[in-house]
Design a binder for this molecule. Structure first.
Ligand code: PMT
Length: 405
């Protein structure tokens, strides 16, 4: 998920740096666009360092003043098509007027016209400018057009006056952005323990048994869960991915390490989702020295502890969701796991299919609960994560209703 954050020229421009961080913590990529005036207040380098992306500072960026770059001249179209929302914070009276009247004079105003993504603006200005009929008329036009306005706070303003016009609290701005991105806060107050990635079972100091899990499914769940307002405890096997900043991550290697981490965190969790591909077997003994090659060898394996089953046994009121990777009798096997492991739901992947499941950006799953079977045809792992969470929310509501009765 990606948003464009327009920063315009006001004292509050420095506050946008925290907005970048708060959104990134929830796994949202942020493309910052600064107007010329904004650059008088904050250097683009600040935002480039924070966002990890090039900051767009003009319509015709070029190394040489007199040789405008045609690629950057059409960049607004590429950005317009790639974003899930355009957010402007702080938004000056001037940018509101440009947006309302459809006047495109720089990158940000051109992007506003070129994008079909939803728009959120967080105005900040002097109280008289805010109250001016021209500003209020422009806001009314934008409101009618569906632009979400995060109303400014009232208080002491940088200009020395007191009144409405202070940039809204960053958390309120981020909440408005998340709502616009369709991330309802229906998991707020929950602590969700998620496992992701493979485990590695050591053979000797340089070799191990593992599987093809990349961790993408579990990390997509962590990002989606954060966006829906929950605290996330992520227990992750080795992956090449960067976890969302707001997730509390416990890195582990082996099934036994994952088991210990999960059991330690379990009392804090209200929901557990086990997307990790835990190795089913490990070498019975780990050699202390690197094994030498001397013809054929036999490796004796033993079963790893079944973490999911242990959680389901030890849980108190937690909702427990397992994943299952199957290659045959997909639905029957998954249903058996649901019952045998006493789960609330199981998400089954047919991992024999090409291009989905292990080490892919896409997945196709069936979510099985005790009274429902929901098919999710092939889509992105982000989308699968959202649909899994929809079911989790439903199970949570059912559980709460039962407890009340
Ligand atoms: O990581 P990706 O590349 O994005 O791929 C995602 C995925 C395909 C790995 C993921 O969607 C998935 O299916 N994860 C579960 C894979 C798996 O281990 O399936 P299983 O049928 O072997 O195990 C069933 C459940 O028991 C899983 O929730 C697993 O975490 C759990 N388990 C298994 C063995 C064990 N010793 N302890 C466990 O807790």
């Amino acid at each position: 998920m990606k948003i464009a954050l327009g920063v315009t020229g006001g004292i509050a421009a420095y506050k946008s740096a925290e907005i970048v961080r708060l959104l990134q913590d929830r796994g949202i990529r942020v493309q910052v666009i600064m107007t010329r005036a904004a650059q008088e207040f904050v250097r683009p380098l600040t935002f480039a360092a924070l966002s990890g992306e090039k900051v767009i500072t003009s319509m015709f960026a070029s190394d040489e003043e007199h040789a405008p770059n045609i690629d950057s001249a059409i960049e607004h179209i590429a950005v317009a098509q790639s974003i899930d929302a355009l957010v402007v914070a702080p938004a000056t009276a001037d940018i509101l007027a440009h947006f309302a009247q459809g006047i495109a004079t720089d990158f940000l105003t051109t992007l506003y016209l070129a994008t079909t993504a939803p728009v959120v603006v967080a105005p900040a200005m002097n109280v008289n400018m805010w109250n001016h009929p021209a500003t209020q008329a422009n806001l009314e036009i934008l409101r009618k057009r569906g632009v979400k306005i995060v109303e400014p706070d009232t208080g002491y303003l940088a200009c020395g006056m007191t009144g409405a016009g202070r940039l809204a609290d960053n958390k309120a701005i981020v909440a408005a952005v998340l709502e616009t991105l369709g991330a309802s806060q229906d998991l707020s107050g929950e602590t969700v323990l998620i496992t992701a990635g493979p485990t590695r079972e050591k053979i000797d100091p340089v070799r191990y048994l593992t599987n093809r899990s990349s961790g993408r499914m579990g990390y997509a769940l962590a990002e989606a869960t954060l966006r829906r307002g929950a605290r996330v405890l992520l227990v992750s096997g080795p992956t090449a991915l960067t976890p969302p900043g707001a997730a509390e991550v416990t890195p582990v290697e082996s099934a036994e390490e994952m088991r210990r981490a999960v059991l330690k965190l379990l009392p804090q969790a209200s929901i557990v989702i086990k997307a990790a591909a835990v190795a089913d077997y490990r070498p019975k003994a780990t050699a202390e020295q690197k094994l030498k090659r001397k013809g054929p060898m036999t490796l004796e394996l033993e079963a790893t502890p079944d973490i999911l089953q242990e959680i389901a046994r030890k849980r108190s009121a937690q909702i427990v969701v397992g994943f299952a990777a199957e290659t045959e009798n997909v639905l029957e096997n998954a249903r058996q796991k649901l019952l045998a492991k006493n789960l609330d739901a199981i998400v089954v992947n047919d991992v024999s299919r090409e291009g989905v499941g292990f080490d892919s950006d896409r997945n196709a799953v069936t979510i099985i609960t005790r009274d429902e079977v929901v098919e999710i045809p092939e889509t992105t792992k982000q989308e699968v994560a959202q649909r899994v969470l929809d079911q989790v929310v439903k199970l949570r509501q059912q559980r709460k209703a039962t407890v009340k009765v």
